[in-house]
Design a protein around this ligand. Structure first.
Ligand SMILES: [Zn+2]
Length: 224
């Protein structure tokens, strides 16, 4: 990289005096070092028109630097780490304003993007729901009319852990559809939920309703 070395401003860790105007700068003054004149206050260093942008927002910092004709990195000696650490950037006020506007615009673009993504996801969810429902109708033609939508909704929407959203259900294989239908029958057409509510163990409750659930599943396979 052939960049011009960036200007540095140091937050001094001792009392300093400006080598040009001789002003006493007090404790921890901000100074810049020049080869000819030594330590200068920012006023003598012609940097006092710049404003300080603390580190922390990388995008804002990058943009502010880009828009600033003159900028200087602010460093402070860390005794603990035994090195200079970057505190932020001195930039032109107008550059910072422009940078802030750009970042806000970006933020806007990103939130619009998020909205579009959410909408697309909704649409694909709906499409998937319809496909899932018609697959249920195809495999279980005896299923009560409209029930396939309830089952598909329950199985597909939102809950990634449920059968409808699993990888196999994505492929819409028969087993995944069958599992969704069976779960529906168990919950809606049998005493399963009531048994669970009464404190039955899950596998006991399943065993209890298995017969009726399987018979209904079989009957749904046949056309009405
Ligand atoms: Zn000075």
């Amino acid at each position: 990289m052939n960049e011009v070395e960036e200007l540095k401003v140091f937050i001094s860790n001792r009392d300093s005096t400006c080598d040009d105007c001789r002003e006493k700068l007090g404790r921890k003054p901000w100074i810049t070092l020049t080869r000819e004149k030594g330590a200068l206050c920012l006023s003598c260093g012609d940097l006092d028109h710049l404003i300080f942008l603390p580190s922390g927002d990388a995008a804002l910092t990058r943009r502010a630097r880009k828009h600033s004709t003159l900028s200087a990195v602010v460093l402070k000696w860390s005794r603990a780490r035994n090195r200079y650490e970057r505190q932020g950037l001195l930039v032109e006020e107008q550059a910072l304003k422009t940078a802030e506007e750009e970042c806000l615009a970006d933020e806007d673009v990103r939130s619009r993007q998020r909205e579009r993504d959410a909408l697309r996801r909704q649409e694909s969810d709906l499409q998937y729901l319809e496909i899932f429902a018609s697959r249920i109708r195809e495999l279980f033609p005896g299923c009560p009319k409209g029930r396939e939508l309830t089952i598909a909704e329950h199985a597909c929407l939102k809950y990634s852990g449920r059968v409808g959203r699993s990888a196999s259900a994505k492929r819409l294989d028969e087993e995944a559809v069958r599992l969704a239908v069976r779960a529906h029958i168990r919950h809606v057409e049998t005493d399963y939920d009531r048994l669970l509510a009464r404190g039955y163990d899950r596998s006991d409750a399943r065993a209890h309703v298995r017969g009726i659930a399987e018979r209904m599943l079989e009957s749904w396979k046949a056309p009405e």
